[in-house]
Design a protein around this ligand. Structure first.
Ligand code: BGC
Ligand code: BGC
Length: 846
């Protein structure tokens, strides 16, 4: 028995566990330990340059320990100001998905550059004679420089995967770098090399493919595009930015759960999930981001065998490993403010939003106590300095003085837009072309329908101006082209007429209709789903397709989504069906193919993800033993292909839980098609469209707040001036009778921010009336500032006279006096309060 195993037994005995538990535990632990000898390599470039190494050593020697600790921290600009860098010599800053200069997501590029200058100036200001090390700024330029207004937005990676065009990836990388460098930023957190195996994951669209070989064929090209070719004088030349291969490793294998656990054998971790890394490192990727996820129970940020053993030692990676957003805080024994374990495992730079000064102080103390060995700190700092040398940061000077900085004409340039439009054309996959409907003739009467046709936010998806891609209108995308506009232009040029009606109505029968619809934007965990059914609670798009069919109007469906979805009914109802994924800012590329605006255009996109025949085929991948997709990996028609259509089964398979969810608010958001509203006595109801809003007279207000993540909860404030309510409207009446029989409860995750000044009610309303439950006592007894769960048994609403078979508004919270509370979740589930009375009670779920 090894020393470690012996220790485990001692601990287990002390805890009173049997030997069986010890063995199980050890097996789990060793399942999460990689054997680097099995990982091939070495693969990394560029080779070390003795002159650079000597410079790095000299700088390192002259640095104070505070300087060194500063280098290994990257803070979010929401929580660090330029003046902080006069004192704290941080290695890097980032803008998280929701952070922007002056907290203004719509800040023009000039503001970004100004702020970059301010950070740089402060980082270089010192009078103590110690080395000046420039700060570098990282950003999620994941489909173009997407945080900045006016930038060219390329299709998200899932669509690029369909293009099967590695050379195009290099071009996109180059243009993205140019638009990023123009704003004075140094570093992009891209490419994502996830090989997504379960399409329920909310980040499926960030993955090029379920196929490791396809991801591998792109990885090096994107890196070369961002950083320049590694061998030439072009490497990290002006206008290039540092790339990040992320998220290392196994992010795509978590069973559809964001930040989850990838349970696979080591060979699968290496051959499937890590496939993109060797080519990315060979192309010289200077940074690697550790994954939020775990491998066989152990979070990646603490996995020394992978971060150090495989990546650095075996593969010889000379760059540095950056953490993901506060992910180090998820390691056992760690918090966001303290985590020696991550650094000791091989992390070189923390990514931190929040109290980074506390992280600085704790890390410094850990270095002084030896908990973080001095040699480990030096290694981390050496890597960071080396990357800055390679990137030319020491010579580049102030951001605004660099050759391409301030060239705002390069942001959204004609060249970039033409490239993005080409990428859109290459990414569209034609799934059905009944009767050879496509290409359409432009000289006809065309009806364009669907809200999505006129929403650039929806065609761009998450990571577009805002983190979630929500809360922004077309005005946030100057210079972009909606799918509607693209069609209108093509039809006009071809001598036809196009009319747009979101609801598909028309006065005069059109010759053809184009219906654009699909998923609303989301990012990360907000996009996790229980299965792949498209819009389970809301069949309005399907109804529109059917209405057009019944009227004899030939119809083209253009489907926007971040993943393949179960759309059998929609496929049956449309004559032609195009999977457009998330095309980005250049919607004109869609019209190019629908109307074949040039004779050499044709559909060339081929699925990079297998398309499901059933909603529960979320783990469906090329090479599966029993592979029964609706459309296999690689599928995609061209104009000339003629295939008949056998109607598809539209029924949800028996035995599958109804997807219409029992969760009414998840992470502060309602399900697709549902809405939040604010109502006031005498003032009517106001439907909320963004994250914030208020009632007619301001008696009630709502804003997005953070619980565990950014804006994953809503704070509701009652002014007490009149009775007011916040509620959720379902897209169609819900039948909760079964749930009530099952003794389920309505559960509300909430936090009292200001105690109630009067009575508080939870209500539900439906076709047959409403029932309200007085929950004043429970809410009044809740500890202010602490998250808790309120439970009201469903039977109480029935006892109050509500017909539970037709519930329109499954949650209403009302008060007449002052009150502030935050709510993160509302759902129906079992609770130990089921036996309790109807006054609502504080509940823990069993
Ligand atoms: C994401 C990363 C991203 C980082 C910075 C994290 O939540 O997982 O992909 O680069 O935030 O925004
Ligand atoms: C960051 C994301 C991060 C999220 C955490 C955003 O602002 O950009 O990358 O995952 O906040 O909730």
């Amino acid at each position: 028995m090894s020393g470690r195993a012996a220790k485990a037994v001692l601990v287990a005995v002390a805890l009173g566990m049997g030997t069986g538990a010890v063995i199980a535990r050890q097996e789990r632990a060793s399942d999460a330990v990689a054997n680097p000898a099995r990982w091939g390599g070495p693969v990394a470039r560029p080779a070390l340059d003795p002159r650079i190494e000597a410079r790095v050593d000299a700088i390192l020697k002259a640095m104070s320990v505070e300087d060194k600790v500063g280098q290994i921290i990257q803070a979010d600009i929401a929580t660090v100001k330029p003046a902080d860098l006069l004192t704290y010599k941080l290695g890097s800053v980032l803008n998280g998905g929701n952070s922007a200069p002056g907290n203004d997501e719509l800040a023009p590029p000039a503001e970004w550059l100004k702020l970059a200058d301010a950070f740089w100036d402060a980082s270089m200001t010192r009078t103590d004679g110690r080395p000046r090390v420039p700060v570098i700024w990282g950003t999620d330029a994941v489909h173009g420089n997407n945080n900045i207004v006016g930038a060219t937005l390329f299709p998200h990676n899932i669509g690029l995967g369909a293009a099967r065009d590695p050379a195009l990836m290099e071009e996109i990388g180059r243009v993205t770098a140019a638009e990023t460098a123009a704003a004075g930023l140094d570093w992009s957190f891209a490419p994502t090399l996830a090989v997504v195996r379960d399409d329920r994951w909310g980040r499926t669209y960030e993955s090029y493919s379920e196929d490791p070989a396809l991801v591998a064929s792109y990885a090096g090209r994107v890196v070369a595009g961002l950083q320049g070719p590694v061998d030439a004088a072009g490497f990290m030349a002006p206008g290039r930015v540092i790339a990040t291969a992320k998220h290392f490793v196994g992010d795509g294998g978590t069973g559809g759960k964001d930040q989850g656990d990838t349970r696979v054998a080591e060979a699968e971790l290496r051959d499937v999930h890590a496939a993109g890394y060797p080519p990315a490192l060979e192309a010289g990727a200077l940074t690697v981001m550790a994954s939020f996820s775990g491998w066989n129970g152990a979070k990646m940020h603490g996995n020394r065998s992978v971060l150090t053993g495989v990546l650095k030692e075996r593969w010889g990676f000379p760059g540095f490993v950056v953490g993901d957003w506060n992910a180090h805080g998820q390691l056992p024994g760690c918090s966001n403010e303290s985590c020696a374990a991550a650094i000791n495992a091989g992390l070189d730079m923390f990514m931190m939003s929040g109290d980074w000064k506390a992280l600085f102080a704790n890390t410094l103390a850990q270095v002084r106590s030896g908990e973080i060995p001095a040699a480990r700190l030096d290694d981390a700092v050496r890597r960071i300095l080396r990357v800055k040398m390679w990137a030319g940061s020491f010579e580049a000077g102030r951001p605004s003085s660099r050759p391409f900085a301030g060239r705002f004409d390069r942001i959204g340039s004609a060249e970039a837009k033409a490239l993005a439009r080409r990428a859109v054309r290459e990414s569209l996959v034609l799934l059905k072309n009944g009767g050879g409907l496509l290409p359409l003739k432009a000289a006809t009467r065309v009806l364009i329908a669907g809200e999505a046709a006129d929403s650039i936010a929806q065609q761009a998806g998450g990571w577009s101006i805002s983190w979630q891609g929500t809360g922004v209108t077309n005005a946030a995308f100057p210079g972009a082209t909606s799918i509607r506009r693209g069609i209108e232009d093509a039809v006009r040029a071809g001598g036809g007429t196009a009319t747009y009606a979101a609801d598909g109505g028309y006065a005069r029968k059109p010759d053809v209709a184009i219906v654009v619809f699909g998923e609303a934007p989301y990012a990360e965990f907000m996009g996790d789903r229980p299965d792949l059914e498209y819009a389970p609670g809301d069949k309005r798009d399907l109804a529109l397709l059917r209405r057009l069919k019944a009227a004899g109007v030939p119809t083209v469906a253009v489907f926007l989504s971040g993943r393949p979805m179960w759309v059998n009914a929609e496929l049956n109802a449309a004559d032609a069906f195009v999977a457009a994924f998330l095309p980005g800012s250049e919607g004109g590329g869609v019209a190019d193919l629908l109307f074949r605006t040039r004779p050499d255009f044709d559909f060339a996109g081929r699925l990079s993800f297998s398309w499901p025949r059933r909603p529960d085929q979320f783990v469906l991948n090329r090479g599966d033993r029993a592979y029964a997709p609706l459309f296999p990996f690689g599928y995609g028609l061209s104009y000339a292909d003629r295939r008949g259509w056998t109607p598809l089964d539209e029924r949800r398979p028996a035995g599958m839980a109804a997807a219409a969810s029992d969760a009414f608010l998840v992470h502060g958001r309602v399900p697709e098609g549902w809405s939040l509203y604010l109502g006031e006595e005498g003032g009517g109801n106001t439907r909320l469209t963004g994250n914030a809003g208020q009632g007619a007279s301001g008696a009630i207000r709502i804003v997005g707040v953070d619980r565990d993540a950014q804006e994953d909860a809503r704070r509701v404030t009652w002014a007490g001036t009149r009775r007011a309510e916040a509620g959720i409207t379902a897209s169609r009446p819900l039948d909760l009778a079964r749930e009530a029989n099952g003794e389920l409860s309505l559960l509300v995750d909430y936090r009292v921010d200001e105690r109630p000044g009067g009575p508080v009610f939870v209500a539900m309303s439906g076709v047959g009336g409403a029932a309200r439950i007085d929950v004043t006592r429970t809410v009044r007894d809740a500890v202010p500032g602490r998250w808790t769960t309120l439970a009201v048994p469903l039977r109480c609403f029935a006892a109050g006279g509500l017909d539970l078979r037709r519930v329109d508004r499954p949650f209403i919270l009302s008060a007449g006096a002052r009150l502030t509370l935050s709510i993160s979740g509302v759902r129906v589930a079992s609770a130990n309060a089921a036996a309790a009375g109807c006054g609502g009670s504080a509940a823990a779920e069993p």
